[in-house]
Design a protein around this ligand. Sequence first.
Ligand code: AMP
Length: 279
Amino acid sequence: MNVITTVAEMIAQREHLPRPLGLVPTMGYLHEGHMTLARWARRDNRSVVASIFVNPTQFGPSEDFASYPRDMERDLQVLQAEGVDVVFAPTVEEMYPQGFSTYVNVERVTEVLEGARRPGHFRGVATVVAKLFTIVRPDRSYFGQKDGQQVAVVKRLVQDLNLGTEVVVVPTVREPDGLALSSRNVYLTPQERRAAPVLYRALSRVRDLYLAGERSAERLRQEAAGMINAEPLAKLDYISIADAATLEELAVVDRPTMVSLAARFGRARLIDNVVIGQG
Ligand code: AMP
């Protein structure tokens, strides 16, 4: 496995990598969710590039950029074991050198949910993803459904700027009790960790009610909110029932729909989602 830290080297290398080439963008501190993305990329492509870059432009001033968990040595071992060919792990200065002034702004789909609560977050995501696509030129790129709004933003970005990569969405990988794997789960105290599966229980309840015939988005939101508000360690931020592509809130569930939520457990802010109404 080749570990590359400069943009120039990555551009030189990509010309020699057999096609098709799959890209797995990550911020490191890898878990089974990231590994599943790498496995899918390995299965589908002749070359796999994984990137590890904690992207400062997607963190707000009061967010956890400085303290975001990092473990490069372990991450490299994990990626090697998954058969990744190249790891692109640039420094912040390499990606954002002196004078950097160009940002990618995806409108509308970034203005709700996480985007409304984390101003500038998706501007940072879209900018770094556009840079990674330009540097690596992947035929396919792999993203987790766990970050559902990010999927909608990246799909919009790829379509609008003709970036020519197939966006492959990988289902959320969960702990046996339903908690979605996340690098930020390390912030949970043991007590909070025991409480956190309420999020997936609430999402599952919404899915079950939908499957039993409930189509009122408001009744589904109320049901999920009731379950989460009954957990004393959870502080619900939002529960959304929205068009899966545009993320516009729905009154009636009559199309592919993302049911998403965010809640705080102490220091950790967790997000999760399920998709309903697909065919
Ligand atoms: P991150 O390192 O958190 O930026 O995540 C890198 C990629 O892994 C993103 O596309 C995430 O959506 C994806 N990912 C993170 N957690 C999971 C999970 N539990 N299941 C599936 N994909 C995930």
